[in-house]
Design a protein around this ligand. Sequence first.
Ligand SMILES: [Zn+2]
Ligand SMILES: [Zn+2]
Length: 340
Amino acid sequence: MNAVQILAPGKVEYDSVPSLPLKSGEVKISVICSAICGSDLKNIKNPVQTNMIPGHEFSGFISELSEEARDHFIIGERVTAFPMISCMKCDSCLEKRFRDCNHKLSMGFHIPGSLATEVNVDHRFVISLDKDISFEQGALLEHLSCGYRLTQEIIQADVLKNSKILVIGDGPIALGDLQFLKNAKFENVYVIGKHKRRLEFALELGATQTFDLNDYKELILQEEHIFDICIVAAPADEVLNQMIPFLREGCILYPQTRINDSTTLKSIENGIFKLGRAFAYAFDDFYRVMEKIIKKEIESDKLISSRISLENFTEKLPEIFIDKGKGKTIVYNANYDKYI
Ligand SMILES: [Zn+2]
Ligand SMILES: [Zn+2]
């Protein structure tokens, strides 16, 4: 098989590597495409482990089955996977709360990922794609599940539908969040970012108002907005810090990236702001997102900003880093023409 491997911080190579034999319960997936996540880029820059194949948002078809997987899947079945391979023994796993498993291994970080021509996955984490879901949409399910889960957490916190919600960031995560919040009928969702084109798209997707980072201070001061909810969808501590006067006491912060701003952290510690949960997603979220894509309630295609081939990944990596936050890069295997 061929694969991209992280050799050293910031250094990747595309080459032929030995195909891994199937372990008990695993299936082999012939990868059609992968979507690049900010966390993959972070891992390439600062790897959890070197000699690792990155990538965890992907789709493909089953090309080989271990004995134990035979009752569950067939050769040729179109699939994606839940990329946090959990222990299946702890209490969290027994309740299907895989994201809470302390022993989980993340594809592309601790175990080989999808930027390869094939990948082996325990069949219990493999998800069949609906016939109306394309390979590209299949590769975006993981990403979109983050926005779906965030919205579920906000609903479960009994947040009123007319609450003022601020999304910090205008990248793919923020635009996913916005779509699911609008889909769940939250009326007032504001987006703050620095890419004109992405902010326009946010308005198209139903944002109440967008703020351009270049002149947000004046804009917000004029409008006198006070927010009930703040979603931190981009690492932007400075912006968050400047937004503090506009977050009401009791505001719930949902961090989808690490918050390092000390004033914000102190405010959380002192109980001025509450901390909501915005980490990852649940297994069944992938199915809910598929339903929403099929019903055209969620627009996934516009999140894609570029398509490249796997063999060009190494060469294109600097551009992907620059493009980061603008949209999703989809990486296709060489013979992708027939799948677009
Ligand atoms: Zn991801
Ligand atoms: Zn577990």
